[in-house]
Design a protein around this ligand. Sequence first.
Ligand code: NAD
Length: 310
Amino acid sequence: MINVFIPGGAGYLGSVLSTLLVKKKFKVTVYDSLMFDNNSLNHLKKFNNFKFKKCDVNDIKNISSQLKTNDVIIPLAALVGAPFCAKYPKLAKKTNLDLIKKIVKNIGKDQLLILPNTNSGYGIGKKDSYCDENSPLNPVSLYGKLKVESEKIAMDHENSVCFRLATVFGVSHRMRLDLLVNDFVYRALRDKYIVLFEKNFRRNFIHTKDVAETFLYSINNHKKLKNNIYNLGLSSANLTKYQLCNKIKKYIKDLKIIVSNIAKDPDKRDYIVSNKKLEKTGWKPKYSLDYGIKELIHYLKDKNFRPGNY
Ligand SMILES: NC(=O)c1ccc[n+]([C@@H]2O[C@H](COP(=O)([O-])OP(=O)(O)OC[C@H]3O[C@@H](n4cnc5c(N)ncnc54)[C@H](O)[C@@H]3O)[C@@H](O)[C@H]2O)c1
């Protein structure tokens, strides 16, 4: 049985990933301080191949034995997003960067490290050509800078795979409504209108379950994938914000899209991303943007809906 340690595994991505790996019979250990949701892993407690501990993973004493005994380490604990990191810069550095340094220092060369980065650093100043893994990253926020640094540290470990994630969408056991697709679907249902600034800014997207499936894919294919960085997004979803709104309108017919030039969007990301490097390894995503939008509508309309039915 393969042992997987997921610090921060109770979060938006972690709760979906842990569910998939437990169902696939991995032995999964999650340590998380439960900053947001006390219940996001309750549905896994009945499984013998799942262990959870509430603790601060920044304290090396809490995690050192797990770092010695697990085959795969997937650090997801982080302060996620530019505003959160700007508000708590010291804690952001400690969790988003120093923790990765500690992990790399304390694991052996046979242990696989899988690290999620964001692809948002591509978005500054590179507009009209596809960004690939060799395109320069120019992060502007502390969050982006720490993620780029942590990716470099992870790549120092000789058995590692890093993914530069597109904007994630979809339902999770710890739900986030601050991500672009989730936010737009939520507002479309609640307000029946979306005011769009910079309507032609483009972004790339990926479903939570595809992120989880891709981490599983990288465990199963680590010999082929290791020591590399991959963009992870849907090649079918390099879309402008206006196109995204129109996709949502297909399912919420009375949605009004109000294009406005009165204000600028503080989020300047505008870029298209190539996912070819990962696709060439044989990887294929399973969940389209349309699937995610329909799922989100269902979830947001039905308070009894439970996500993650694999
Ligand atoms: N969601 C996205 O769109 C996206 C995109 C790119 C990269 N990522 C990366 O994926 C990772 C997970 O993101 P997410 O969206 O699941 O975020 P999230 O905020 O939902 O999850 C982070 C988890 O880490 C835990 N945590 C934070 N500090 C901790 C500490 N000191 N000790 C123990 N637990 C701690 C939190 O309680 C939370 O459960 C992050 O590294 C993030 O940068 C996410």
